[in-house]
Design a protein around this ligand. Structure first.
Ligand code: HEM
Length: 202
């Protein structure tokens, strides 16, 4: 029998659950705002604006909590990586997901207490949490306080440019969420990773 390792401390699980729920609320209300001209909208415009704003603010508080947690606990070490050999490691993991897994090969980077994420997971989590999330948050704050935005950026309306970046980043994060959930089903059993995120044990 393989030994179980405790990988997801309670603060990560609580943050992750709240973050996922807020994300779903933000995607639904964001789509309603995007297609506000549609008479068959899921949520009336005014409600969509309020829910989107409140969820966004709570998400920011959660994000700061996550950054502080990663900075001051050992969880942050799982997000550190060396650039040297990164592409090789990512390609190796990708090859495993594409072929090796179907040939019942052993995973190239098995999960241990020291290595919670495989290289592909690590890269996508870093991209998402330390690159895309700050962009969506700062552009969201810009749209929340539009008076603080410059009227023109590179000859374009500042508000429109920030809005465009916010929508594109939000869309990229939404696609990530779908891909993320799909990859989470690739475990010992399809539900194993979801159980880990509930009880903390892998
Ligand atoms: C319904 C939506 C979601 C589900 C079902 C879900 C599921 C999971 C599961 C099962 C894990 C543990 C397996 C692993 O480490 O890969 C996980 C980890 C993680 N998820 Fe999600 N997720 C969701 C949404 C999100 C969103 C929206 C984000 C970020 C914007 C996110 C970011 C992360 C991160 C960063 C981890 C690693 C946390 C850590 O251990 O430090 N997830 N997710």
């Amino acid at each position: 029998m393989k030994k179980q390792v405790y990988l997801y401390p309670i603060w990560v699980r609580v943050w992750h659950l709240i973050n996922a729920l807020l994300f779903i609320a933000l995607i639904c209300t964001g789509l309603c705002l995007q297609y506000s001209g549609n008479p068959y909208t899921l949520i009336p415009f005014n409600y969509a604006v309020s829910i989107h704003n409140i969820s966004g603010i709570v998400l920011i508080v959660g994000f700061v909590f996550y950054l502080v947690g990663n900075r001051f606990t050992s969880n942050g070490s799982y997000y550190q990586f060396k650039l040297k050999g990164l592409i090789k490691r990512v390609v190796k993991q990708f090859r495993y997901y594409s072929f090796g897994i179907f040939k019942k090969e052993a995973p190239p980077y098995p999960i241990t207490k020291k290595r919670k994420f495989n290289p592909l997971q690590k890269l996508s989590y870093v991209m998402m949490m330390y690159f895309l999330m700050p962009i969506v948050i700062f552009t969201g704050l810009g749209l929340f306080f539009p008076d603080m935005l410059p009227s023109k950026i590179m000859g374009m309306s500042g508000l429109h440019l920030i809005d465009l970046i916010h929508i594109i980043t939000g869309f990229a994060l939404s696609i990530f969420m779908v891909v993320h959930i799909y990859f989470c089903t690739i475990g010992k059993t399809p539900l194993a990773n979801f159980k880990s995120m509930i009880n903390g044990w892998h």
